[in-house]
Design a protein around this ligand. Structure first.
Ligand SMILES: CC(=O)N[C@H]1[C@@H](OP(=O)(O)OP(=O)(O)OC[C@H]2O[C@@H](n3ccc(=O)[nH]c3=O)[C@H](O)[C@@H]2O)O[C@H](CO)[C@@H](O)[C@@H]1O
Ligand SMILES: C=C(OP(=O)(O)O)C(=O)O
Length: 427
């Protein structure tokens, strides 16, 4: 199992280029199931989760071609010969977002068999709202032997448009139902829809493919179903969480100093993150597609509560907490999206942090410095927080189990080493 070895305490300076967003790439790749014509995608990130979903899609019969094998950022999908609309437990268990094949398979082929994803480190994460929405669109769905078995029900030829109000805001739930609705008969209204930029990016691709979707970026999506979708070309939006993670790296360098020019970013998707980092004392300049961030003092403690977009993202919570560990003052961080997303706390404390959890709130008393240790990554963003803390700590930090990190970051250690970090992958 790979590990990262980090010698902390070096200042960071240079340029970092952001890659496409994992959480946009995954639903967008699944949208390849919706058309028999080729779809060309650019700015695809090179991640384990992307490799996993491509494997699942290829098993179904989707043809996946990288026109230039040395450049994994451009891919062509060909859904003209989908023969097996099924996703097995073996792959689904490694990545919950595999559930995103359910809506497109059912809408286009009238049947789908997809393993129920299990829970994961950060929470139980049921998919009841995905199922409830598809049932409202007339699907006949049963759970048997750990699999969701779905087929057309009410109407034997198609899903039917419906008004769907989910019990909570769900990102992949909105994406699954939107992909089902684009090929349904009639109008679907998704109330309480997620407004995350990745949902909008998926909607933009679907519109290029001929879908009729209104209300992009709002919590009410109105979709008029069409008979078939055609081919399209699309560039995946830059990853706002990867961007925010590197900004937290800059912040955690504190008095050591950092000066990072972050390129190919979408600062307009990071308003609350940028505000909070300025509150922490980072100097931030922003252009249309770049962010220049500098830091040369201990960060100030920042408190926040995670919530749905456009509020503070849960996927940035752990990275901010890593920065808070060495801040002046006390921060209070409340996690409202996932019931178990503080797994990094124990590991940050092993590096010398002073964090106490009470219910869904973590209180951090900033300390002057951290000291390197062996720590264990438990989930994707927890891993990122340990890398950040390791870069700020004195001495060597070993981050074990970085397969979690590889799920969602494209060559993170290479990007960090290029700006002066002393970080290497140990096989
Ligand atoms: C691949 C992807 O895009 N992953 C993101 C997506 O995950 P994901 O789409 O899985 O997260 P959701 O928005 O669905 O989850 C929000 C909350 O709703 C609950 N829920 C959700 C669906 C459902 O049917 N029933 C239910 O109870 C979940 O357990 C969670 O407590 O949004 C999360 C919240 O921004 C992010 O942290 C993840 O990075
Ligand atoms: C929780 C995350 O991803 P996923 O939904 O794929 O587990 C994440 O990206 O932080």
């Amino acid at each position: 199992m790979d590990k990262l070895s980090i010698q902390g305490g070096t200042p960071l300076k240079g340029e970092i280029t952001i890659t496409g967003a994992k959480n946009a790439a995954l639903p967008i790749l699944c949208a390849g199931l919706l058309s028999a014509e080729p779809i060309t995608l650019r700015n695809l990130p090179d991640l384990q989760d992307v490799r996993t979903i491509l494997k699942i899609l290829a098993q179904m019969g989707l043809k996946v071609t990288f026109p230039n094998p040395e450049d994994r950022s451009v891919v062509v999908l060909d859904g003209s010969d989908i023969h097996t609309p099924e996703a097995s437990y073996d792959l689904v268990k490694t990545m919950r977002a595999s559930i995103l094949v359910l809506g497109p398979l059912l809408a286009r082929f009238g049947r789908a068999k997809v393993s129920l994803p299990g829970g994961c480190a950060i929470g139980a994460r049921p998919v009841d709202q995905h199922i409830k929405g598809l049932k409202a669109m007339g699907a006949d769905i049963h759970i048997e032997h750990g699999y969701i078995e779905a087929k057309f029900g009410k109407n034997p030829n198609a899903l039917v448009g419906a008004k769907i109000l989910t019990d909570m805001i769900t990102v992949t739930g909105t994406e699954n139902l939107m992909m089902a609705a684009v090929l349904a008969e009639g109008e679907t209204v998704l109330e309480n829809a997620a407004r995350e930029p990745e949902v909008t990016d998926l909607a933009e691709l679907l519109i290029k493919m001929g879908a009729n979707i209104k209300g992009l970026g709002t919590d009410r999506l109105i979709i008029q179903g069409v008979k078939a979708l055609h081919g399209a070309e699309h560039s995946i939006i830059p990853d706002r969480i990867e961007t925010g993670t590197f900004m937290c790296v800059a912040g955690a360098m504190g008095e050591l100093g950092s000066d990072l020019m972050i390129k190919n970013a979408r600062p307009d998707t990071l308003d609350v993150v940028i505000d909070k980092l300025r509150e922490a004392g980072l100097k931030i300049e922003v252009g249309a597609d770049w962010i220049h961030v500098t830091m040369n003092q201990r960060p100030k403690a920042v408190s926040f509560k995670t919530s749905e977009y456009p509020a503070f993202p849960t996927d940035m919570q752990a990275q901010f907490m890593a920065m808070n560990t060495i801040a002046t003052g006390t921060s209070r961080v409340t996690e409202t999206i996932f019931e178990n997303r503080f797994m990094h706390v124990q590991e940050l404390n092993r590096l010398g942090a002073n964090i106490v959890i009470e219910g869904n709130t973590a209180t951090t008393e900033g300390v002057k410095g951290l000291s390197g240790a062996i720590v264990m990554a438990t989930d994707l963003r927890a891993s990122a927080s340990l890398v950040i803390a390791g870069l700020a700590a004195q001495g060597e930090t070993i981050v074990d189990r970085i397969y979690h990190l590889d799920r969602g970051y494209d060559r993170m250690e290479k990007k960090l080493a290029a700006v002066g970090a002393n970080i290497v992958r140990v096989k």
